[in-house]
Design a protein around this ligand. Sequence first.
Ligand code: PEP
Length: 255
Amino acid sequence: MRTKLIAGNWKMNLSKAESVTLASEVLHKVPKSAKAQVLLIPAFIHIDAVAQVISKSQLLLGAQDVYFEKSGAFTGEVSTEMLLELGVSHVLVGHSERRHVIHETDAVLNRKLIAATSEKLVGIYCVGETLQERNSGKAAEVILHQLKTGLANLSHDVIAMGHLVIAYEPVWAIGTGQTATPDHAQETHAFIRARLAELLSPELADRIRIQYGGSVKKANAAELLAKPDIDGLLVGGASLIVDEFVGIIQAAEKS
Ligand code: PEP
């Protein structure tokens, strides 16, 4: 059984006060007995404030990025140790905006994923094809390349401990209102799990959670979560709206 993971990626949105308000509203609306895991991913600068709100609760705290070096002259960067000190348990690696807007390379993402997972964080490694790649029939090739490069030299032991989550986020579905159909998402998730079985082992592939992300809202969450290889959702825009995000969590509770 893979526990569902519902994550809200707040991106570069919300003031400190708004972040605190949103975290406390989610906290009060999510039942303590929830069987799904709920993860809030605020901007770096508001992590500490959100941590104060959700500490001692069942809600989990994430970061949108991390640097691979432990410390030193890396202006503007944040280390795994700094995140752990604030109570962060999960970190996104390779979100499409980091790949396509910030232009992070495969090699950098691989180093970040190794650093995060080996330092006791759960790395949520994002993969997904652009519209152009999809239209030219290259989606599978692109996703396989991202898996191979991202997971290279990752310790199987840390993966077995649950420190790796994959998020399939087709770039054409992120922030566009265009969601992959549940069947399309399931097909790609099954493809990813099969490749994980080859790259790692069938046992590890069976344990790794694969989230779907791309214009998820409460109206489409249930049918996505009903698919056997969709183990959670990575939510952007809708995670900023309490009613939407709580509706998505409720869909996970019923799945
Ligand atoms: C995301 O940021 O990972 C995302 C999927 O965004 P949205 O839900 O807004 O498409």
